[in-house]
Design a protein. Structure first.
Length: 449
């Protein structure tokens, strides 16, 4: 019955909010689209409890979200990532690293992880990084007799770093949603990002030292190349990414440009690089535009739907009750934080990061803020936790990105390889959780916060 109707039964608004959340879970697992399910259920339950007010609330929330200028950087960074993917600017860098690291046990694993980290800094997306690195590295790994599981784990884990290391699209979205400046998120993500890359590299080398069959060094005949030629290849491979990093991240971290302005400069720089390398083709520009429109529209629709959902959930009082329940747990503050981290990790198995950022983080953030944790540190913990969603089944989107470009590898082997690196990811998350300076030292030094 509509609120205020004669004979309407008194139903707790807080209880109605949790019923709304439960129905949402059921609908999602039944296969309904997330965005339209969010909007429909929020408006239906909101109208039941609040009457016509729910429509005004929805309009105000949508207008308020669209005023977030930093969100304009999202399609620009996505477009830059797809341009880099389609433009083929990574092959030279990968070949040079492969030859340079040839004597190292598991040299292809290390080359993959270093290349993926560098490409992630330039691209800021997971799909582009996993696809490009998979296309380049998978055939070489098969020819060299590398372990399919460890190879798949290295490619997907390295590719997932693109969602954490700036200019990460996820961090651009998280900033406005969590009330944390994007430039501070960028500065704080470097420490955890490079920590995880280092853990992955050390692990693969150690595995290959213990069992050389997993990744033998490159045969001397294949790495016999003049040092001058190798240096030239490495320089030409690094140059475009170093310049793109300088013109995008440099002005952002220095406070000279907003993320949106820097992203626009990055897109122009990517196009100019492709022209200089004679890689510019209208076909791949068109493809990049189409993929950017698809990805961006999904993110923005989800942002609008989840914003309406969260506003109605809060207006019903359910968010306040959830916060009070978390604060009332017989646990110390760190214990409550661990519970929240575990909850987000488990939600990452069926859901992707946009759903978690827009829907679930706003529900638990008030409780964490009430415990007086540093909001920047909490945001980085969330970001590192979200990175595991690309490596955790059953969604594990990185597996399908890799399977599309490496069809000869079994999906089961890809999943097992990813699970190995997911454990390493959790170790990195624990290190950042119990030693906050890894995330906070750089923004504190840079901005004196």
């Amino acid at each position: 019955m509509r609120a205020g109707d004669p004979g309407a039964r008194l139903v707790s608004h807080e209880l109605l909010g949790f019923v709304l959340l439960g129905v949402f879970f059921v609908a999602i697992f039944a296969g309904f689209p997330i965005v339209f399910t969010l909007m429909f259920l929020a408006l239906a339950f909101g109208y039941l409890a609040l009457g016509d007010m729910v429509f005004y609330l929805a309009v105000l929330q949508t207008v308020g979200l669209m005023k977030e200028q930093v969100l304009a950087a999202v399609p620009l960074f996505i477009f830059m990532g797809y341009l880099l993917e389609e433009g083929g600017l990574m092959e030279r860098l990968f070949r040079a690293l492969r030859l340079l690291l040839g004597p190292v046990p598991g040299s292809l694993y290390v080359a993959v992880l270093v290349t993926a980290t560098i490409f992630g800094i330039a691209a800021g997306t997971v799909g582009a990084t996993v696809a490009v690195v998979g296309i380049m590295a998978a055939p070489a790994m098969v020819r060299a007799g590398y372990s399919p599981r460890l190879s798949a784990g290295a490619i997907t884990a390295g590719g997932s770093l693109g969602i954490l290391i700036p200019p990460s699209v996820m961090l651009v979205v998280m900033g406005p949603m969590m009330g944390v400046p994007v430039i501070s998120l960028y500065a704080a993500s470097f420490g955890p990002g490079f920590l995880l890359a280092g853990i992955f590299i050390v692990w693969t080398i150690a595995r290959c030292l213990i069992d050389p069959r997993l990744g033998p060094p490159l045969p001397p005949a294949e790495r016999a190349i003049p040092l001058r030629t190798l240096a030239a290849e490495l320089t030409l491979g690094m140059l475009p990414h170093a310049l793109l990093t300088a013109v995008t991240l440099g002005p952002i971290l220095a406070g000279m440009a907003t993320p949106t302005e820097a992203a626009a400069v990055g897109v122009v720089g990517t196009v100019l690089m492709a022209i200089c390398y004679r890689q510019l083709r209208w076909a791949w520009v068109k493809q990049a535009i189409i993929l950017t429109a698809q990805q961006s529209s999904m993110i923005f629709f989800l942002a609008v739907g989840s914003n309406i959902f969260g506003a109605i959930f809060t207006r019903l009082g359910s968010a306040t009750l959830m916060t009070e329940t978390l604060l009332g747990l017989p646990l110390p503050p760190t214990g409550t934080l661990l519970v929240v981290m575990l909850l987000i990790f488990l939600l990452g198995w069926p859901f992707e990061w946009p759903t978690l950022v827009f829907v679930f983080v706003p529900l638990v953030q008030p409780a964490i803020m009430a415990l007086k944790f540093d909001p920047l540190w909490f945001a980085i913990l969330i970001a590192v936790n979200f990175q595991t969603t690309f490596l955790s089944p059953p969604v594990a989107t990185a597996a399908y990105y890799l399977k599309a470009v490496a069809p000869d590898w079994k999906l089961s082997d890809i999943h097992w390889g990813m699970a190995e690196f997911m454990v390493l990811q959790l170790i990195g998350l624990a290190v950042v959780l119990f030693y906050p300076p890894i995330a906070l030292w750089f923004p504190h030094w840079l901005y004196g916060q």
